[in-house]
Design a protein around this ligand. Structure first.
Ligand code: MN
Length: 335
């Protein structure tokens, strides 16, 4: 079986330069100022890391060979273009998608990718989803909030409509919480992947569910990394307390229970999680057709992710589904 990893990051030199401009300006979101602070200080460690992030050619393939990774599904790293003004964000997303499509064309059996979009201009983002599909990209990457706004807002419907109509899953990837909620996360590094990333992205997914987005877009498919950003753990309690809130008139009743939307419209990936108890929970809650392998390179140790999945206490059929066949089906990969 092939090992296919579906949350693997890259960045373009232009977007990195744009990040540095934003970080050096007075108009920088507080969470991103913390996240990106190290990019303004020269450091050998940062340089090595950025070189890994920028390489989606021979160096990336050689690294994949070293760790035994057969296919990487690449996506523009968080927060991507979502911190830029709308015009610049739209242009840089398109350029990044062109670069990604070229990298895939050069290594079609090893690389696939997701299209970046700029939610700042929802109509342009919808068009970019269509263009991304025509470029051979397999889904959409959205790095959670855009200026503290979430995709359930009516202004973002063109994005959900396009993703649904073109059958392009949206990978809802974490980023640091937005200005409207970040204050208590700024201490102790909590804005970061230790806690804030999942709090932010789990909230985004819950807003989509509770807003009725999946009644308006029943075929919309969302992918969450990091074993579902905590939601599988809370699923029964979410249903239970939702039912109480409906009963006392505090929450509008949806046609289905929250967990039904989660189990019908969502997939999760193992990105950044090498914990058998958590994988078991995911399998118990979602079943083995909705979990995909991901490493989160270069942020995480992908050799460790491979070692975990190779040795995970699951059946060989489940290992094949998680490593390979679920990703092939869900993203319709042509690798
Ligand atoms: Mn990631």
């Amino acid at each position: 079986m092939r090992r296919i990893a579906v949350e693997e990051a890259f960045i373009t030199a232009e977007i990195l330069a744009g990040w540095r401009q934003v970080l050096a300006s007075s108009d920088v979101e507080p969470g991103f100022a913390k996240l990106g602070g190290s990019l303004l200080k020269p450091s050998k460690g940062t340089d090595i890391f950025l070189a890994r992030l920028m390489d989606i050619g021979a160096g990336r393939i050689a690294h994949m060979d070293n760790v035994g990774m057969d296919v990487e599904v690449l996506s523009l790293t968080s927060p991507g273009v979502q911190i830029f003004a709308a015009d610049m964000a739209t242009r840089l997303a398109a350029e990044s998608n062109d670069a990604l499509a070229a990298a895939i064309k050069a290594n079609p059996t090893r690389l696939a990718g997701l299209a970046a979009v700029a939610p700042q201009d929802p109509q342009a983002a919808a068009r970019e989803i269509e263009r991304g599909k025509s470029l051979g990209l397999s889904g959409v990457i959205i790095n959670s909030h855009t200026r503290s706004e979430y995709l359930d807002l009516p202004k973002y419907r063109p994005i959900l409509e396009a993703a649904e109509a073109l059958d392009m899953p949206i990978y809802l990837h974490p980023r640091e919480p937005g200005p409207s909620m970040v204050t208590p996360y700024l201490d102790y590094g909590l804005y970061f992947a230790t806690w804030g990333f999942s709090a932010e992205t789990g909230l985004h997914a819950m807003r989509l569910i509770m807003s009725g987005a999946f009644d308006r877009h029943p075929k919309l498919r969302i992918v969450l990394g990091h074993m579902g950003e905590g939601i599988p753990y809370w699923l029964k309690r979410i249903d239970n307390r939702y039912a109480l809130q409906v009963k006392i008139g505090a929450t509008e009743k949806l046609p289905k229970r929250p967990s039904e939307y989660f189990l019908e419209n969502f997939y999760i990936t193992t990105a950044g999680v090498t914990d058998m108890a958590v994988l078991k929970l995911g399998l118990d809650e979602l079943g083995d057709d909705r979990i995909m392998f991901a490493a989160d390179y270069p942020y995480e140790d992908d050799a460790e992710a491979v070692q975990f999945m190779d040795g995970a206490d699951v059946s060989e059929e489940q290992r094949r589904k998680i490593y390979e066949t679920n990703a092939l089906r869900i993203f319709k990969l042509q690798v």
